[in-house]
Design a protein around this ligand. Structure first.
Ligand code: PBG
Length: 326
């Protein structure tokens, strides 16, 4: 069919037509809201580069998650800021660590929402790297043991799903094995499978106080130029027992999300990271972009690329907007 017989504009005439033929839609069901938890009481420190986000003590976290649940968002993803960091990341797997306390409290106070925990060591090591250091680099296999122990400690606290993000080889397998050994066969793993060494994590590192004190993360996170390697990384995670695969960041890696969705039959999550959030907020504050429209267009593009789940700092704002549209 060609012009003039076919005129695509006929079906763009008004919002009803556009709505009817829209191929992709965003739903509150797709969203995961990331939150930062810190020690103390009545703490709610604003995160400068992430307007509307805070480092919260557990009491505030409970309120925040009650509201999140009220908005019908199915899940939250927790990041912990421990009181003390050390070379061994001991606060990551401590029984009374910040995440373990937070999970226990949330499961008690707001039981009806999925609690996911990030399993990584960068917030807990004094040097800010995602694993144990040996001879100036992150040692893979020693780190696996610590990650496995951390995941098990989250499961003991009652977490619904763990999300390992350290980009160590074999981390999904090590965690699956440890969880199963401890009887947590029902706790799924959302694997940060294709996680790139990205500058877009900048604001997060301020929020989580996890900037590496020397070097960078390029010896474990992926090189931004690589496509096929993402497929290899995802395949490995699936073989090791991942239940959900993730691509991170989202916007600069839409092609990877698209390929992941086409090549694998597991649910695909995309992490719309802190820098992607901050860019839109900053432009909106300067009056250079319509922030709400930029948010919606960004999230729909991630969905259109193939993401089933979107982890985003916009979760609450979108949920409010979507509920108003109903
Ligand atoms: C932990 C972790 C990071 C993010 C999620 N988990 C930071 C990093 O790898 O440096 C980034 C999330 C974001 O930027 O929103 N390793």
């Amino acid at each position: 069919m060609y012009f003039p017989a076919y005129r695509p504009r006929r079906l763009r005439k008004n919002e009803h037509f556009r709505r009817m033929i829209r191929e992709t839609s965003l739903s509150v069901d797709d969203l995961v809201s990331p939150l930062f938890v810190t020690s103390g009481k009545n703490v709610k420190n604003p995160i400068n580069s992430m307007p509307g986000h805070f480092q919260m003590s557990v009491d505030h976290l409970v309120k925040e998650i009650q509201e999140t649940k009220g908005l019908d968002i199915p899940a939250v993803l927790l990041f912990g800021i421990p009181e003390k960091k050390d070379d061994l990341a001991s606060a990551a797997f401590a029984k009374d660590g910040i995440i373990q306390q937070a999970v226990r409290t949330i499961k008690d106070r707001v039981p009806d929402i999925i609690v996911i925990t990030d399993v990584c060591l960068c917030e807990y090591t004094s040097h800010g790297h995602c694993g144990m250091i040996e001879k100036g680099d992150v040692s893979n296999d020693i780190t696996l043991e610590v990650l496995a122990e951390t995941a098990v400690s989250h499961a003991k606290a009652g977490v619904d799903m763990v999300a390992p993000s350290a980009m160590m080889d074999g981390q999904v397998g090590a965690i699956r094995e440890a969880l199963d050994e401890e009887g947590f066969t029902g706790v799924p793993i959302m694997a940060y499978s294709a996680k790139y060494a990205s500058c877009f994590y900048g604001p997060f590192r301020e929020a989580a106080e996890s900037t590496p004190q020397f070097g960078n993360r390029k010896s474990y996170q992926m090189d931004p130029g690589n496509r096929d390697e993402a497929i290899r990384e995802i395949s490995l995670d699936i073989e090791e027992g991942a239940d959900i695969i993730m691509v991170k960041p989202a916007l600069p890696y839409l092609d990877i999300i698209c390929r992941a969705k086409e090549e694998f039959d597991l649910p695909v999550a995309a992490y719309n990271v802190s820098g992607e959030f901050a860019m839109i907020k900053a432009a909106a504050r300067s009056g250079w972009l319509d922030g709400e429209k930029a948010m919606m267009e960004t999230l729909i593009s991630i969905k259109r690329a193939g993401a089933d789940i979107i982890i985003t700092y916009f979760a609450r704002e979108v949920a409010i907007l979507l509920s108003g549209q109903r």
